[in-house]
Write a protein that binds this ligand. Structure first.
Ligand SMILES: *Cc1c(COP(=O)(O)O)cnc(C)c1O
Length: 394
């Protein structure tokens, strides 16, 4: 039985066309793009092509793109560059719901003596733009706000954010790992200075990402070494990965609106089907401004991990909003920031679809999930008889 893969915000299948594109660079064309001989030199043209494909997809110029090893490296590069290029500025603004690739850099900066403002979100997962505006100071080096959240799919209003931030001449970075290839992005209209993306979230391979750096923005490299990427990112180019990223970006852009409406229809059918069939379920976050492929649902009285284990027995892959660490279940920082009540937060799971998701797969989830939830609820110490307390049954 083939798995039903509904965990596409964690990673995606490599598109068969993308795999075909990268194979020659692993098999025969293994030369180093920096070599003097033609054997290596010729791969440089394919890197340039990938840079053009990536730039095309974002509406920027190819020389504003550097290739990195992942979304995490792109986020790290942008944030460290912004603070190192403005040593007199000691304040950074971000949000409480960022990916660890940003949050843990922010914590690192705090330990190094920077002040970090973590913007809050409301119960729908939305930012308060007034709070953003009030947080900006003369010594603010950078605002780092994700484009869409990986857990609940909520899209932040990046255009309005950029207007507020650019008015003050402050650098703006966005972690767009969840939106590139899912939403049309036009950097001509979007005044961000840095934008991070990752290939494996858009049907490319793992281990390659890119960072957009707006022309004219001061830049300090994160990786030091050779002269690759015009001195902006040292390290021998991952040619196969870069070529694959270019192809993945090109493919994502083709018919993006049609693909989105198809995925949205499937997601809505899954979500509505679950809400209709199962009592005490709620949706986490703003239903309007969110990615078309994502739904985060909270099942009262039971634990997300238990649902996932039982879904897994039916070959269905989803993900939970919690991380079970050292025997105690902590709801995810995103659900906590949204103030999702305890009895729901622990029972939260995320389904994230892709352009490869089929109607039959959604049917199967809708067929299996109600039984799974009622079996778990029948065993739950929280259901009906005992009242929910602060303790959890991990
Ligand atoms: C996956 C993800 C990342 C990290 O990307 P990697 O390529 O896995 O390092 C960063 N931010 C968001 C929002 C993500 O979803």
């Amino acid at each position: 039985m083939k798995e039903i893969y509904l965990d596409n915000n964690a990673t995606t299948m490599v598109a068969p066309e993308v795999l075909e594109t990268m194979l020659p660079f692993l098999r025969d064309s293994y030369g180093n793009a920096s070599s003097m001989h033609g054997f290596g030199g010729k791969v440089g043209a394919f890197i340039s092509q990938a840079r053009e494909q990536t730039a095309q997809c974002l509406g920027c110029s190819p020389d504003e793109i550097i290739f990195t090893s992942c979304g995490t490296e792109s986020d790290n590069t942008a944030i460290f560059s912004a603070v190192r290029s403005q040593p007199e500025k000691r304040h950074v603004v971000t949000t409480r719901v960022e990916h660890p690739a940003v949050l843990n850099v922010a914590s690192h900066l705090e330990i190094a003596g920077y002040e970090v403002t973590h913007l809050k979100v409301d119960e729908q997962g939305r930012l308060d733009l007034q709070e953003l505006e009030d947080s900006l100071r003369p010594d603010t080096a950078l605002v780092s706000v994700m484009h869409a959240n990986n857990e609940n799919g909520i899209i932040f209003p990046l255009e309005s954010i950029s207007e507020i931030v650019k008015d003050r001449g402050i650098l703006l970075h966005t972690d767009a790992v969840q939106t590139v290839g899912k939403l049309p992005i036009d950097l001509q209209k979007l005044a961000v200075d840095f934008l991070a993306l990752s290939a494996h979230k858009v049907h490319g391979p793992k281990g390659v990402g890119a960072l957009y750096i707006r022309r004219g923005v001061p830049f300090r490299p994160f990786m030091l070494g050779g002269h690759q990427e015009k001195g902006r990112r040292a390290g021998t180019e991952n040619v196969a990965g870069i070529v694959a990223l270019g192809k993945a970006m090109e493919m994502a852009a083709i018919g993006i609106h049609e693909k989105n409406s198809r995925v949205r229809t499937l997601r809505d059918r899954l979500e509505q089907g679950i809400l209709d069939a199962i009592p005490d379920v709620r949706r986490n976050g703003d239903p309007e401004n969110r990615l078309p492929n994502t739904t985060s649902l909270a099942f009262k009285f039971i634990e997300g991990e238990s649902i996932l284990l039982m879904l897994d027995q039916h070959g269905i892959c989803a993900s939970s909003g919690s991380a079970c660490t050292s025997g105690s279940l902590e709801p995810s920082h995103v659900l906590r920031a949204m103030g999702v009540p305890f009895t729901y937060a622990h029972g939260s799971i995320r389904f994230s679809l892709s352009r490869y998701t089929t109607d039959a797969e959604i049917d199967l989830v809708l067929q299996e999930l109600p039984g799974i939830v009622s079996r778990l609820r029948a065993m739950s110490p929280f259901t009906a008889t005992s009242k929910a307390t602060g303790d959890c049954a991990c």
